[in-house]
Design a protein around this ligand. Structure first.
Ligand code: GLU
Length: 472
């Protein structure tokens, strides 16, 4: 092999979700690795839009945007499968000519009856039509026929999958599936093989829900005397309840993750560790794309399905958010988040302070919307609930006078001042912390008092407390 050529072949019948991203990512990584030794290696994108009823332009857009955002870059322009239909038909014709396929005129009713009969008699005969193939008259009809593949009567159909190992099935178990429908349109099975061959694909990496298609697709390769590609069928991702990834588990558009403020680094980091781990320090789970390309080994990808969890993704995202040296990603994100962009336009410094204080616990940027609201509120509406009746109002007055004298409004100094006050007054932190936090940010929980004061600045902090004092 003087090059490795792979492809990602999504059908635009739904959004690009984590499962699809993982397949695309693995194809991309394998080719980046191969390019170092075999520079002609390629990773292609093919949009399989032959199911006209279910394919939608918006999904194609979603797929392209998602890959682009994650920097999963493919070579050349995306290929659109429907533009190749003539070629697929041509190959079906060739297979007929070479007697590797046959015409079938069975009606749906006849086929349904056969299915029912098989079911009733518990016969596992996979060949729904056994008559047309040997009928010369039918084979010379010109219209109204489907084209079916011819399957050898006996023998084993065997292949080796890099992840699943050696797999074989008896030809008896393979159906003589349709290549061309009555209306002349090609089926998925035919289009995939023809396109893969034409694009020079020699390594197919895709979800293991396609494993059963290999036996059928290999029949077409063999019938055409085309070289069969290498295969790696990757186990599907499941939710943490063990069930197939659904919307609830994160099978939502990758662009939703982006809109919520997940970073591409965390998505890639999370996905690559599903079923694989780098051979370095076990504890060090953080790995970026360059390092992945250096150390990933597809032969070591686990055969069993992997579990996706939001908890883990949040863990990675929090790590990348807080270790980012500058707020470049945050500002990029805010450009597309109107709610946050308003805050930045209003007071960028304050917004950065909020981010600096909160980032240690932030799962994703969108969480800043609710956090920032309270700091940017003009007339801070106080929750004068029962909690407030218990506050020591005299202590609050003393504290505010004490703090008013502070000129150095920096985070470390504020901490020192507050600690001092607590020491002098011989009080528990909570007797000051709870009321002041409530007064300043309407919540008993949150960052340190000094951090809240720092974000709000002296003027607003004092206003909020005085406003409260005036009310009681
Ligand atoms: N278009 C198929 C899908 O989205 C993938 C076909 C393939 O990878 O062979 O499931």
């Amino acid at each position: 092999m003087n090059s490795i050529v792979t492809r990602f072949a999504p059908s635009p019948t739904g959004n690009l979700h984590l499962g699809g991203i993982r397949t695309a990512l693995l194809n991309y990584i394998i080719v980046q690795q191969a390019k170092k030794k075999l520079p002609n290696s390629k990773f292609y994108l093919r949009i399989e839009d032959t199911d006209k009823e279910r394919s939608k332009e918006e999904y194609t857009k979603d797929i392209l945007e998602g890959l682009n955002w994650l920097n999963i870059n493919y070579d050349a322009k995306p290929q659109i499968q429907s533009s190749n239909i003539k070629r697929h038909q041509q190959i079906a014709k060739k297979l007929l000519e070479n007697k590797k396929a046959f015409k079938c005129i069975c009606s749906n009713e006849i086929l349904d009856k056969k299915r029912e009969l098989n079911k009733k008699n518990k016969i596992s005969n996979k060949k729904l039509c056994e008559t047309c193939e040997n009928d010369d008259k039918i084979q010379s009809t010109q219209n109204n026929y489907t084209v079916r593949i011819k399957v050898p009567k006996d023998g084993e159909n065997e292949f080796y999958d890099i992840i699943q190992g050696k797999i074989s099935v008896n030809n008896k178990e393979i159906d003589n599936f349709i290549l061309l429908r009555k209306d002349g349109t090609p089926t998925y099975m035919l289009s995939v093989v023809v396109d893969d061959f034409d694009m020079g694909i020699n390594f197919i990496i895709r979800g293991d829900d396609h494993l059963n298609n290999v036996f059928r697709q290999n029949l077409i390769y063999k019938a055409m005397e085309w070289e069969i590609p290498k295969y790696a069928h990757i186990p599907l991702i499941h939710g943490n309840d063990g069930k197939k990834l659904s919307k609830r588990h994160g099978a939502i558009s990758i662009n939703n993750f982006r809109n919520n403020g997940y970073l591409k680094e965390s998505i890639i980091n999370n996905l690559i560790l599903l079923g694989w781990s780098p051979n370095k320090n076990e504890k060090d789970e953080f790995i970026k794309i360059d390092e992945i390309i250096k150390s990933f080994d597809i032969n070591k990808l686990s055969k069993s399905s992997s579990i996706f969890s939001y908890e883990k993704l949040n863990f990675f995202n929090n790590h990348y958010i807080k270790t980012m040296n500058d707020a470049k990603y945050l500002f990029e994100y805010c450009e597309n988040n109107k709610n946050l962009d308003i805050f930045i336009k209003n007071d960028k410094d304050k917004f950065i302070k909020i981010f600096e204080v909160y980032k240690k616990n932030l799962n994703y940027y969108k969480e800043l919307e609710n956090i920032a609201k309270i700091y940017f509120a003009n007339n801070n509406e106080l929750n004068l609930n029962n909690e407030f009746k218990k506050f020591d109002h005299e202590l609050i007055r003393e504290f505010i006078n004490f703090l008013d004298a502070t000129t150095n409004w920096y985070i470390d100094n504020l901490k020192k001042e507050i600690d001092n006050f607590i020491l002098i007054k011989k009080i528990k932190f909570s007797s000051l912390g709870i009321p002041i936090r409530n007064i300043l940010i309407n919540s008993s929980k949150g960052p340190g008092l000094h951090e809240i004061f720092y974000i709000l600045g002296k003027k607003t902090s004092m206003e909020r407390i005085k406003n409260y004092i005036n009310k009681i």
